[in-house]
Design a protein around this ligand. Sequence first.
Ligand SMILES: C[S@@+](CC[C@H](N)C(=O)[O-])C[C@H]1O[C@@H](n2cnc3c(N)ncnc32)[C@H](O)[C@@H]1O
Length: 204
Amino acid sequence: MSQSSRNWLKQQQRDPFVRLARNHEYRSRAVYKLMEIDRKDGLFRPGQSIVDLGAAPGSWSQYARARVGNTGRIIALDILPMEPLPPVTVLQGDITDAGIYRICLESLAGQMVDLVISDLAPNLTGIRSTDQARSMALAELVYEFSGRVLQPGGGMLIKLFQGEGTDAFRKEISQRFERVVVRKPAASRDHSREFYILARGYDV
Ligand SMILES: C[S@@+](CC[C@H](N)C(=O)[O-])C[C@H]1O[C@@H](n2cnc3c(N)ncnc32)[C@H](O)[C@@H]1O
């Protein structure tokens, strides 16, 4: 095992959110980021229609499924395979691929959605400028996608990495949403540049 794998394993074993997720049968510790934001900002309501981008292994969809209940609807998409999570519609493919993007739109069958949640994170190359550019390109794509599917008043939660382009992105989306706030949940590791932007009140 390489040194970096050993360090990762040590970090996982020490991480309280990893243990909590395991105990509560969530597929990933990432659920605690969504849960904290939901508790603070009240993201979900029964019956909502949600699109979850970058969904695998599926803890956000698990949480959202419980919060929207039987009358809600969730479409989850990831480039990686994801274990079924009925009644969530699971799509596999790269959101930057025009064909998959279209399939995702088509699966909504014209129904507008209440909330787009994106935990999308590009595969890291280690070259900071490249990783930042890829992350911003994904965020722009999620914003564009949201503009097509959100109903008036809808919301969008997007993961970003602090760096070039994030301030401009926040300003850009503020023109189409009534309220835009930044969130850094406790489960988001301190040393990580990761944070979330929550935009609400979509103005079509
Ligand atoms: C941090 S993980 C998401 C964890 C998830 N929110 C959960 O609760 O289980 C980020 C995900 O983004 C996916 N991803 C990255 N780039 C993608 C792309 N271009 N299209 C679709 N999924 C992508 C990765 O495969 C990965 O599963």
